[in-house]
Ligand binder design. Structure first.
Ligand code: C2O
Ligand code: CU
Ligand code: CU
Length: 500
């Protein structure tokens, strides 16, 4: 049976009617719109995830030890919330590594069920990717390693166990993975972690009367769980003390499903400097920015001494047919910035940042098309034992992707950062002109993506491509591809018993 069709919204049975009480659908619809603007106290300092400690391994590698564990977290006064975290009770430390460096991990699963940890945005061998085939059993330890082989960027990590990704991520398993390189360090951008270079993992959560996370899907809506409270790094209604004129914010939409349309309370402009895969060729000034689940952006904001300004999420025009039932009419205060009476002024936003994506003139070895609808891709739900296709090492492909059913979807590809060539045949929005691994699919529009598959061939171990709305992905809006060396054929994924 296909879930989350429009019929579900209007076709509930007696159970739904009882749950709605006397008000019926009209009251439910009216109450579905959230607006917290002006209502938050901003009385808690933003929590900043600690940097993950590491040791030097014999090979010179940076060695990290991560423990996935259950716990309790106090988000508000009163009762604590049962959560999961990495080296803590909610979210995980920020991992940091340099281009060219080898990293090694021991990831211990201290839960009493299996999970996995996927390095979202990372170029690495499929068996190190932490996708649904790299299960970490309860009590088990997984030890991936690879060499960082891509430009500086803000990546992240989260579980990817097929069917449980939404649940495990919602409970709190996620963290940032920041990559550094020399070119970026030479730019004099704000870069003091937690001071003028601030990570912001933005998530929505719903709490029940017992202050526990709500996990059940709402009666109406196409997204799975969406929340009515916004957490940044696990803090509700945070403030940030600003001490420098320029502040760089590393934004991650770490929500399961919610689309954010970010801006500031005074509509000030800010510079977008980086997208998923790293720096843009040049900064782009704007006053609004969309981020769909899984996407990252680095922005630089300028502050005046002694001012207060809030970052907000504004209503989204790019939602889907369900409008307010999927949260597209909502407005949230997210975080307050309070600047000191005097601000230091040592950093800049250079006019030239990184290298623009360069795939537009490449020879295209293969074109493919992907239609996302009914929580399937090209009419097929994800199957763990089916590799959908193989791509050839050393080639460039163009993938044409469309959202064909009116609900919110996006598209994420493992292994590579891609270039958005065109949207409906035209030039993409400036926010899409850098390297991307996840792109919002506005319904009905055609996105042409160029992808270069460089290396890491393995005919039997697939990478994933999928919608990053986690309930959709769990439901089957995902597929698998392998990178093939010369003469190789698509093989078989490891069976359930030999996952690694
Ligand atoms: Cu962020 Cu396949 O995932
Ligand atoms: Cu990913
Ligand atoms: Cu989707």
């Amino acid at each position: 049976m296909k879930r989350r069709t429009v019929l579900k919204v209007f076709g509930w049975g007696a159970g739904g009617a009882v749950a709605l009480g006397g008000g019926g659908f009209g009251a439910y619809y009216l109450s579905a719109k959230q607006d917290t603007v002006g209502k938050l106290a901003f009385d808690t300092a933003l929590s900043v995830p600690p940097l993950a400690p590491s040791q030097r391994g014999a090979s010179g590698a940076q060695v990290f030890t991560l423990g996935i564990q259950p716990g309790e977290t106090r988000f508000k006064d009163g009762k604590a919330t049962r959560t999961w975290g990495v080296n803590g009770t909610y979210l995980g430390p920020t991992i940091r590594a340099r281009r060219g460096e080898r990293v090694e991990f021991a990831v211990r699963n201290g839960l009493d069920e299996a999970t996995s940890l996927h390095w979202h945005g990372m170029h690495l061998p499929a068996m190190m990717d932490g996708g649904p085939h790299q299960t970490i059993s309860a009590g088990g330890t997984w030890e991936p390693w690879w060499t960082i082989d891509q430009p500086a960027a803000t990546l992240w990590y989260h579980p990817h166990l097929h069917g449980s990704t939404a649940d495990h991520t919602y409970r709190g398993l996620a963290g940032l993975f920041i990559l550094d390189d020399e070119q970026t360090e030479a730019l004099n951008l704000p870069s003091e972690y937690g001071v003028d270079d601030i990570p912001m993992i933005v998530q929505d959560r719903a709490f029940d009367g017992d202050q526990q996370f709500v996990q059940r899907e709402p009666l109406a809506g196409s997204l799975g769980v969406i929340g009515d409270e916004i957490l940044v790094n696990g803090t509700i209604g945070p403030y940030v003390d600003v001490t420098t004129r320029l502040v760089r914010l590393r934004l991650l939409n770490g929500s399961n499903a919610r689309l954010y349309h970010f801006g500031f309370s005074d509509d000030r402009r800010f510079s977008l400097i980086a997208t998923d895969g790293g720096l843009l060729a040049a900064p782009w000034e704007t006053d609004r920015l969309y981020l769909s689940p899984g996407e990252r952006a680095e922005i630089v904001v300028a502050f005046e001494p002694g001012e207060r300004v809030e970052m907000r999420a504004y209503p989204a025009e790019h939602g889907g047919v369900l409008g307010r039932l999927d949260g597209f009419h909502d407005r949230f205060d997210i975080c307050q910035f309070r600047s000191a009476a005097s601000l230091s002024n040592d950093t800049t936003v250079p006019a030239v940042l990184g290298v623009a994506p360069d795939l537009v003139d490449e020879v295209v070895a293969q074109e493919r098309s992907f239609v996302l609808a009914s929580n399937q891709i090209n009419g097929r739900p994800m199957a763990m034992d089916r590799i959908d296709f193989g791509v050839r090492e050393g080639t460039v492909e163009v993938w044409e992707v469309t959202n064909d059913n009116g609900y919110l979807h996006n598209f994420h590809v493992h292994d590579v950062q891609f270039q958005v060539l065109t949207v409906d045949g035209g030039e993409p929005d400036p926010s899409l002109r850098g390297w991307k691994d996840t792109v919002l699919l506005v319904q009905g529009r055609r996105y042409r993506l160029a992808l270069r598959f460089r290396d890491h061939t393995d005919p039997n171990r697939p990478y994933m491509y999928h919608c990053h709305l986690l309930a959709h992905e769990d439901d089957g809006m995902m597929g698998q591809f392998v990178v093939l060396g010369e003469g190789e054929q698509v093989g078989n994924p490891p069976s359930r018993h030999q996952h690694q």
